[in-house]
Ligand binder design. Structure first.
Ligand SMILES: [Zn+2]
Length: 348
């Protein structure tokens, strides 16, 4: 069968390859792949050599954002042919560490986890894949193709859940949210903010293209000015750009007792003159919490599927701005100005 694959760090190697049918060891449920979403992580794999193929192999099958239709599932698995599902990305480490033993593989302590389509395991980007029921997330048929958004939404569902848990260490009654970055993660973070009834502000550098309208369609406020010029005091910040300077500005801009979730990474080595004592004072005297978050546990995928089901489907559909046949998938690695989410149509 065909698969979309790359040698990490070699964008010129991106292409379609032939691989054997998915091994039974991958799981009891056989799935026909419908859509694969491409995100910044895939670009990082291609360009920066982030991630790694399975041991002894040179190429990595990509695809950690998946949507497929069940072809075969054993009785009692909770799935039947025709059901839609999305696959979980991470697999617990074999030790397992305490976090992995508690099914919180997103919090793995020893780094020996593997990730489909990213770290030492092939992704879902082949015509068929197998997955165990434990790592299969049910997608309501009402969502259809929008189920490909379950994985990126799981990342923001975790950020929101953890931010609220940290906030709840003391009296916490958040009213205002600030989201930095209006890419797919930022827009989905804004969706979850609005679903919580928060006054929501989104900042991004662009002032044209689809982003401003996508934000205002949520009932949120769009700003293309520096954070320091915003007249808002957020209780929760979800930082989605990975720009370190924005993380520091966001931490400074918050209300006392605020929680700042950092969800992005960047690979630049840009230096910044900063005043660590001033930042330290702001965090201490404001009882502020800044935390990093990556990946998602199983429950966050289920929270994501619920959040998507509760969202306006027309709005969700407008996040998918390009659909490519598998042969053209390498062009998904080139960011176009109006791109939000680019997906590969493995099968219709
Ligand atoms: Zn672990």
């Amino acid at each position: 069968m065909k698969a979309i694959a790359i040698i990490p760090g070699r964008p010129d190697s991106a292409g379609v390859i032939d691989i054997p049918e998915p091994p039974l060891a991958d799981g009891e449920i056989l799935v026909r792949t419908k859509l694969i979403g491409i995100c910044g992580t895939d670009v990082g794999i291609a360009r920066d050599g982030y991630g790694s193929p399975p041991p002894g192999e040179e190429q990595l099958v990509l695809g950690h954002e998946s949507l497929g239709e069940v072809l075969e599932a054993p009785q009692g698995s909770g799935f039947a042919p025709g059901d839609l599902l999305a696959g979980v990305v991470r697999r617990p480490d074999p030790v397992p560490c305490g976090a992995c033993a508690a099914d919180e593989w997103d919090m793995c302590r020893n780094g020996r986890y593997v990730e489909r389509g990213i770290k030492e395991r092939h992704g879902y980007g082949s015509e068929r894949f197998r997955v165990d029921r434990r790592f299969a997330v049910r997608v309501d048929p009402k969502l259809g193709d929008l189920g490909v958004l379950v994985e990126p939404t799981s990342v923001v569902a975790k950020a929101w859940e953890h931010a609220e848990r940290i906030g709840a260490r003391a009296w916490f009654d958040p009213k205002v949210a600030l989201i930095t970055g209006a890419g797919p993660i930022g827009l989905l973070a804004a969706l979850l903010a609005r679903q919580r009834g928060l006054e929501t502000h989104v900042v991004d550098i662009v002032d044209s293209g689809p982003k401003p309208k996508l934000v205002t369609d949520l009932g949120a406020h769009y700003h293309s000015v520096p954070i320091a010029e915003l007249d808002v005091s957020p209780d929760i910040v979800i930082e989605c750009t990975g720009v370190g300077e924005l993380a520091i500005q966001a931490a400074r801009s918050t209300s006392p007792g605020a929680v700042v979730a950092l969800t992005g990474i960047s690979h630049s080595d840009r230096a910044l003159r900063t005043h660590p004592d001033e930042l330290n004072r702001a965090l201490v005297l404001g009882n502020k919490a800044v935390f990093g978050t990556v990946n998602a546990a199983r429950r966050h995928y289920d929270q994501a599927a619920d959040a998507l089901l509760g969202a306006d489907r027309g709005w969700l559909a407008s996040l998918i701005t390009r659909r490519l046949p598998p042969a053209d998938w390498p062009s998904a690695l080139e960011k176009r100005p109006d791109d939000i989410k680019v997906v590969i149509e493995v099968a219709r």
